[in-house]
Design a protein around this ligand. Sequence first.
Ligand SMILES: Cc1cc2nc3c(=O)[nH]c(=O)nc-3n(C[C@H](O)[C@H](O)[C@H](O)COP(=O)(O)OP(=O)(O)OC[C@H]3O[C@@H](n4cnc5c(N)ncnc54)[C@H](O)[C@@H]3O)c2cc1C
Length: 393
Amino acid sequence: MHFKHLSPEDGLVALRERVRQFVDQACIPLESNDLSHDVAALDRVLASLRPQAQAAGLYLPQLPPSLGGLGLSWVERAVVLEEAGRSFLAPGAMNCAPPDQPNMISLMRHGTPGQKERYLLPLAQGKVRSCFAMTEPQPGAGSDPSMLKTFATRTSKGWSITGHKWFITGASGAGFAIVLAMTDDGPTQFIVETRNPGYQLLRTIDAMDPYAIGGHGELLLQDCCVGADAVLGEVGQGLRDAQVRLEPARLSHCIRFIGRARRALEIAQDYANQRSSFGAQLSDLQQIQAMVADSHMDLHASRLMTLDCASRMDAGQSVKTESAMTKIFVSEAVNRVADRAAQMMGALGMSADTVVSLIVRELRPFRIYDGASELHRATLGRRFLKANVSNKE
Ligand SMILES: Cc1cc2nc3c(=O)[nH]c(=O)nc-3n(C[C@H](O)[C@H](O)[C@H](O)COP(=O)(O)OP(=O)(O)OC[C@H]3O[C@@H](n4cnc5c(N)ncnc54)[C@H](O)[C@@H]3O)c2cc1C
């Protein structure tokens, strides 16, 4: 892959190489099936890797140097995140994994000085984890956030929040949650500390993806009292304010998962180069060659779409349409790549003896969260038809 902006002089090539070494030498050797669905064990391994990420100058690629980050542009981050994304562990070790990464972006943009001090700094330093709680069980908000049933009412000292949330990634072990709740003035984001007596983690949901940091929690908020200073952003503007995190979150997921799918393909290619069947190498079979070619095309197109979004974001342009197109395409493309990789590996590809099957399980839910493909297609189709846009750009 050639990037016009990548040259040895600007250090990005060297940075990418350092990430690659960190992934291959420090992270991949520590991956183990024992970490799958074990939140505490995963936290321990990530804590052991963080000092190494810091020593290698790889910590917090998304934050400015004033907050201890690398201050990379979006295009630079795309290069770093793809490499990091090859390992289940590297994004967490480099503190650029969801949901903390987009929560840091929200706090940077909307946080008051007090909120930055209390929540953003410890998050950046890796002293706490966080989660973002929007989705609710029926009849609450899912694809349609306007169906929010969690409600916050004003009290003499601030707000009282009551509601039920689920599939909240990172909830187990989180120090605070950014909760989206309805108020009389409209949806609003609140920062709720998880030690609040009105906040309860009911359970960790046994979802199919194996390495979610902090799992996926079901939460109950009952008369959960918070101060007036718990509002993140503007009262009544919670959906608009949450959008600030959703677009970067989507794009970052896409980039990390290109790395993950690339790793599945690398493993499957090795298998095809070594395994024979009916007297031929698998790699000599045209159907295998076609699967490899299609997978590289999927990854190449995915990379170009994410880089286009990244460069638009660097230029300060809105990527409302481009990020939705990219999310649909990449989430489906990386699933195709991982599925083909597993298929090429036969029975082995169906087992936990290879990370390929774990990658398949990890990528599948990405077609649902951050907006299901169907939802984004419906929104895009309506937008294009309404504006009669020909997409000639
Ligand atoms: C692994 C995982 C992690 C998650 N992490 C978080 C988190 O950290 N925080 C959080 O708040 N939420 C999280 N979620 C929840 C996620 O955001 C929701 O699952 C998503 O918004 C869809 O909502 P829903 O599950 O209620 O599906 P529903 O809204 O019930 O939709 C079901 C299906 O109906 C179809 N559909 C819905 N609307 C339309 C439409 N307009 N047009 C066409 N088809 C449509 C789609 O196929 C969709 O998948 C996570 C989910 C998963 C699986």
